[in-house]
Design a protein around this ligand. Structure first.
Ligand code: SF4
Length: 525
């Protein structure tokens, strides 16, 4: 989801200015949906969101239908702080969707928390979105929306679907319930599914969606499949989730990943698939960063274990960029399995050099450089007795602005490291992401302007190597399946309009025109 926000006004020229501790790229939302007659769908959704908490920690919400009405509960904060036992107990129903959200600074507000809800006459639906649209302005302009009408791309999608439902009801005529009883194919009619199938081909960019009305759940994956979405089976029901561990936690069996360009409708007849996108537009481009960093290690993407892929990334790094060292250590969390792979392939012993504080959340405020430096120390603390006097290979997943790694290297040297050889399991991040990930602006990215040697000097490491793109793709175990690599290569699978690149949409003053440069269009879900 894209939201509007104003850029940092700190005036601080530190590359990490205005960002939370750690300058890692940040995800971008988790979605969950359950069709479970007779089940405690609110509790299942709560558990599913817990499993997806790593994808978004700023807001959480769920919508539950009792068959007649949809109730939405959402707020800013972690899943555990938004939902309480009493809240869940009051959310009885057969159908639910959930969402956890990350956004950049600015409009992290209640309005942009999801699910989004709409009522069209007697019809209600709710929507959760993971990804970013790239044609929000064009669609808003086509629909004749006035500035300020919508606050996000998700808001726009909800409006477009509401329009379709309204039109379908009007066409069906007064005196009916608006449902299409002559629906072709013999499937149960669904106003929502028909509206979704009519709207999604107009959307461009990244969108994994979950939707629901009073009696069905719908999942959508964009034709490139930028963001993951999978289907699971309960004993008496079905589940949709961004990542497979959310199925495990609710006791659902993994069935399959949704195909890029697939719409799955789940109702009393079970799941059925729609393919509303022109076949020539379907081209799988799963985000490579899901393998590198975002996805849980126990997730499966393209049928492959993410944990095993990260081990292979480390093995590939050891082959590509060996180092003379005494110990290999990973930067928690995603650097740890890669360090295991590096150690295994190189024969250098694996050790633990950093302890990570597991309880530091995104909510930690770091308003200035001094606080940000402390924030890194709050997040990681070196194990001196493991480090002192050693030549270290330090394996990490990516370098974005470099502020975290710079602090880490300083800490390791202060703890007595004799040499620090930094190995990164992805190529240099030199381009912004417009598909649902907050990598920051291109000009904030260390690798956009600096060479590897310059970055090595900036980070004050003895050597630095990034995993080559071919090796990274090979390490996923799914080479040939189709990946987005735009933040490494600048080759964007979906065109990014100039207006989006220039960050056109302001928070309070929304402008749908490419000639007007306003802050900012960089929030994500
Ligand atoms: Fe993922 Fe990078 Fe593509 Fe964004 S640009 S979808 S972060 S690979």
């Amino acid at each position: 989801m894209i939201e509007a926000h104003h850029p940092s006004a700190t005036g601080d020229d530190d590359p990490g200015a205005g960002h939370p501790p750690g300058d890692e790229v940040r995800e971008a939302c988790g979605v969950f949906g359950v069709y479970g007659p007779g089940q405690q769908v609110a509790e299942l959704t709560y558990l599913g969101l817990f499993a997806l908490q790593h994808r978004g920690q700023e807001a959480a919400g769920m919508a539950v239908s009792d068959g007649t009405n949809i109730t939405v509960v959402k707020d800013q904060g972690l899943v555990a702080s938004v939902f309480h036992e009493r809240t869940l107990a009051g959310l009885a129903g057969d159908v639910a969707i959930g969402h956890c959200r990350y956004s950049t600074t600015g409009a992290s507000n209640w309005r942009n928390a999801q699910p989004q809800f709409r009522a069209v006459g007697d019809h209600q639906f709710a929507l959760g979105h993971n990804g970013n649209l790239t044609n929000t302005e064009v669609l808003a302009r086509e629909r004749g929306m006035l500035p300020g009408t919508i606050s996000s791309d998700t808001d726009l999608v909800a409006e477009l679907i509401a329009d379709e439902i309204e039109a379908a009801v009007a066409t069906a005529g007064a005196g009916t319930n608006g449902r299409d009883d002559d629906h072709p194919g013999g499937e149960p009619p669904s106003l929502l599914a028909d509206a979704v199938a009519a709207v999604v081909p107009r959307l461009e960019g990244a969108f994994s969606l979950v939707l629901m009305d009073e009696s069905c759940v719908v999942g959508v994956r964009d034709p490139h499949g930028f963001r993951p979405l999978c289907l699971g089976r309960l004993d008496a029901g079905w589940v949709l989730a961004s990542e497979s561990p959310a199925l495990d936690i609710v006791g659902a069996h993994f069935v399959r990943e949704l195909e890029p360009g697939e719409v799955v409708v789940i109702d009393r007849e079970g799941p059925r698939s729609l393919h509303p996108f022109p076949p020539e537009e379907v081209e799988p481009r799963l985000c490579l960063f899901e393998f590198v960093y975002f996805a849980r290690p126990d997730s499966r993407l393209y049928g492959m274990s993410v944990h095993q892929a990260r081990i292979r990334m480390g093995e590939q790094l050891a082959e590509q960029a060996p180092a003379e060292a005494d110990m290999v250590m990973g930067v928690p969390e995603s650097g740890v399995p890669a360090a295991e792979g590096f150690a295994r392939r190189s024969g250098i012993p694996l050790g633990q050099g950093l302890v990570k504080n597991r309880y530091i959340g995104r909510s930690f405020i770091s308003p200035n450089q001094e606080m940000r430096a402390r924030a890194v120390r709050l997040k990681f603390n070196p194990l001196r007795e493991n480090i002192a006097g050693k030549r270290l290979v330090v394996v990490d997943d990516s370098i974005v602005r470099g502020t975290t790694q710079r602090q880490l290297v300083r800490m390791l040297r202060e703890a007595g490291a004799r040499e620090v050889h930094l190995r990164i399991t992805s190529p240099p991040v030199a381009w912004s992401c417009y598909y649902g990930i907050d990598t920051g602006d291109t000009n904030e990215l260390l690798a956009h302007d600096l060479s590897v040697d310059q970055i090595r000097d900036y980070l004050d490491v003895d050597s630095l190597a990034y995993l080559e793109l071919d090796r990274l793709v090979e390490a996923t175990g799914a080479a040939g399946a189709g990946f987005c690599d735009a933040c490494f290569t600048g080759r964007y699978p979906v065109e990014v309009p100039v207006g989006l690149r220039r960050r056109v949409l302001g928070q309070n003053e929304q402008v749908f025109g490419e000639d007007v440069v306003q802050p900012a269009l960089d929030g994500t879900t």
